[in-house]
Design a protein around this ligand. Sequence first.
Ligand code: NAD
Ligand code: ZN
Length: 346
Amino acid sequence: MKALIFEGPGRKTLKDRNIPVIDSATDAIVRMTKTTICGTDLHILKGDVPSCTPGRILGHEGVGVIEQVGAGVTQFKKGDSVLISCISSCGKCEYCRRGMYSHCTTGGWILGNTIDGTQAEYVRIPHADTSLYPIPDGADEDALVMLSDILPTGFECGVLNGKVQPGGSVAIVGAGPVGLAALLTAQFYSPAELIVIDLDENRLQAAKRFGATNTIRATGEEAKQRVFELTENKGVDTVIEAVGIAPTFELCQEIVAAGGVIANVGVHGFKADLHLEKLWSHNIAITTRLVDTVSTPMLLKTVRSGKIDPKQLITHRFKLDDILDAYDTFSKAADTRALKVIIEAV
Ligand code: NAD
Ligand code: ZN
């Protein structure tokens, strides 16, 4: 089968690989129909994620059809259409019992990281019963690809951790697919201000269409000043960091209001300064989270009922054969206007 292989920082190839086989009774083999590329895949290619070693098939998102199940799988059978969660979970370990699937002792974020992922014709899914979701008849598969990772990530790591409240003020730093997913799902809670900060005008225009009350095309000191102008010099109650670099995490510390929350979503490859000399007296909280995907069933219902339309995030389509072009397009978003790309495996 064809698969996109991480060959070490800065290097990737499309190669032939053996089709995966069942390794444990709880595994399923899924024939991929659609996958996509995440900002996290770009972090891996930058060398920010040392747990992902050369030779790995990348990808942790997508939908497909069950090809084969292990003897212990009871919820799925050959031929079922499934949504793949970016987080694999056994459902039984201490962390899973606490709803912290991201830290499952035999799962978590392993797909396209410590085991082979979804940017291939087939993928092996461990703990299939608790890591896959059945796709309802008639559901829009393109929209569902957005549910593998970015919608639960924006919602859980950004909106829930950030304690977005009715009437509150929110700033989202980074208008990539994850920042935009936070923007869509923050609106469940009717905040008064939804400010989106990025350097990419096209993404800020998308943010406007998706419900931002204000956009700021700046970073650093200039972005801080604009946020203060928009918030009576108070800063915002919730700041969501959706970039994953030190300067944007530091900007979040500058614009959080007293009593507010900084919800970090970005994957960071380097240390960032924490200005406790300013923040110790500000009654703020800082949260971090690897997405647990506990909200996936709820988000599925909001998509099916039309409360949110994640399909708006899709800008480009490619065949698996052209996945190198898809990476090129996604990584040069400022020029290509890409948000989320769909890669069709068949
Ligand atoms: P992306 O790379 O598409 O988007 C990042 C955005 O940040 C871009 O729009 C870019 O223009 C903007 N940006 C870059 N530098 C900036 C600056 N100095 N100031 C303001 N904006 C700036 O990535 P994405 O797919 O949207 O993912 C966002 C982050 O979330 C990544 O770090 C990704 O790894 C992370 N992530 C985390 C989890 C988790 O479980 N915590 C899950 C998925 C993704
Ligand atoms: Zn991801």
